[in-house]
Design a protein around this ligand. Structure first.
Ligand code: PMT
Length: 447
């Protein structure tokens, strides 16, 4: 929990001297908005609050008025002569809606303006941060996901939700991010200065390189991390995959406009904002999850390290050392990629596999590409200590089923992810006979 006592204002904080408008909508977590307001003030920002009717059922205007020393606006009709209903949004440097209910997201996505907050949001041209909070079913509903994707396309920054305890004893994705996380998101939005843009305008140029939106509207299913195959309740067969490569792909695809579903083996990594994540443990669970989401995917990228075998009969209690060295009988797991390759009709979805090889790297990758029926196969030599498992960097060759190859020299996994997505975009645009690479620089000419 943040220290909310008096704190010196750091002059170099990007929030210092900036006006931040905090929209508080109706959710049990609305009380956390008071902490966010305090944190904003500690960072030197001036916080104004708009409280919706729903928000006011959970936390009173007096709380925010006490914190900010200014009136909290609630209705369009208040002070109509003194201040226009869009004025707060116009003069804000950033707007953050914390928490943002499913209803608020839907209104904003649909351009509705039936109360002071929605009117203000429609009129504001500054960066917008939205922190969704709702029950898991509401968050995962296609309508909400569609609205979130639409809002992100327009340049809004979506922070969270977290996975954790919810109201009424529920738990799962949908929990409001902590105020400190929201504060960071507001700061980042201010620094990047990314304005909200209409759909047909290219994505904003942020602090980093210009973002391409060449996956706009594309549904990308990504697997990441390793699977664990139980031997007994405490032991498993596993591998060293951290999930970094798959998570980097998820974040890169999201930034290029894709709707991303991530199926992850056990991983400590934080879910990239706006990515829908499903956690699995075993290869069989990953198999089920991939099949469940396959129909809604235009592109499938299998970066996960799936165990090829699992113990036939995991022990129900812990194997004891004094019972001698156990013989563990193994049985093959389904080969998910090969199954998808064999089952698809036509060229949809585009299938991208990975291959972790230690010797005869490219030949091994080429054989896997053919055997598994993928369109593209990303081969990484995992014998070194600067590429492949667990590290932040990778070095790959991207093979395609038309015989093309693109080398990506050692780079951070985000850069490698971008190069893989370049190939995805090029392949989708033109297929095996068209131009093969649209990225300059580090790519070597294929074929
Ligand atoms: O997670 P990191 O620490 O960042 O490490 C990244 C990585 C090294 C795990 C990643 O870059 C990588 O190479 N992933 C694939 C690892 C792997 O399982 O390779 P493979 O050669 O065993 O499998 C080939 C392909 O078949 C893969 O796309 C794999 O997901 C898929 N497969 C394998 C077995 C199986 N039962 N089902 C599958 O779908």
């Amino acid at each position: 929990m943040a220290d909310l006592g008096a704190a010196p204002v750091p002059a170099d904080d990007p929030l210092a001297g900036r006006r931040v408008l905090v929209g508080v909508t109706g959710g049990i977590a609305a009380y956390k908005a008071a902490i966010l307001v305090r944190l904003l003030q500690h960072a030197g920002a001036q916080a104004d609050v708009i409280l919706t009717r729903g928000g006011a059922r959970f936390v009173g205007a007096a709380t925010f008025e006490g914190l900010t020393g200014r009136a909290v606006r609630q209705e369009v009709w208040e002070d109509i002569a003194g201040e226009s209903h869009v004025a707060l949004g116009r003069r804000a440097d950033t707007v953050v809606v914390y928490p943002a209910t499913a209803h608020t997201l839907a209104k904003l996505a649909g351009g509705l303006a039936d109360d002071l907050l929605s009117t203000t949001l429609l009129a504001a041209t500054c960066p917008l941060v939205l922190a969704p909070a709702m029950h898991t079913e509401m968050w995962e509903h296609p309508a909400t996901q569609h609205n979130v994707a639409l809002l992100r396309e327009r340049g809004a920054s979506i922070v969270g939700p977290d996975d954790g305890p919810l109201m009424a004893g529920d738990a799962g994705p949908g929990r409001l991010v902590e105020p400190e996380v929201a504060l960071d998101a507001v700061r980042a939005a201010l620094v990047s200065g990314s304005p909200r843009l209409p759909d047909d305008v290219p994505a904003p140029v942020g602090a980093g390189p210009a973002r391409r939106r060449d996956l706009l509207g594309t549904r990308v299913l990504i697997t990441a991390g390793g699977t664990r195959e139980p031997i007994d309740p405490v032991r498993y067969l596993g591998n060293r995959s951290s999930g970094r490569m798959g998570f980097a792909l998820a974040a890169a695809a999201r930034d290029r406009g894709a709707e991303v579903t991530l199926i992850a083996g056990p991983s400590e990594l934080t879910t990239p904002d706006g990515v829908l994540r499903y956690d699995v443990t075993t290869a069989l669970e990953m198999h089920t999850a991939v099949l469940e989401h396959l129909a809604a995917a235009d592109v499938v990228i299998k970066a996960a390290a799936v165990a090829d075998f699992r113990p036939v009969a995991p022990a129900s209690s812990k194997l004891k050392k004094d019972q001698g060295v156990p013989t563990i009988e193994l049985t093959p797991n389904p080969d998910i990629l090969a199954e998808l390759g064999a089952a698809r009709s036509g060229s949809d979805p585009l299938l991208v596999g990975f291959a972790a090889e230690t010797d005869e790297v490219e030949a091994g990758g080429r054989a896997k590409l053919q055997r598994k029926g993928a369109d593209l196969l990303v081969v990484n030599d995992v014998s070194g200590d600067d590429a492949g498992f667990e590290v932040d960097t990778n070095r790959v060759v991207i093979l395609d089923r038309a015989g093309g190859r693109v080398e990506v020299p050692l780079a951070d996994k985000r850069t490698v992810a971008e190069r893989v997505l370049d190939r995805v975009v090029a392949w989708r645009a033109a297929g095996p006979t068209g131009p093969v690479a649209d990225a300059a620089g580090t790519l070597t000419e294929p074929r």
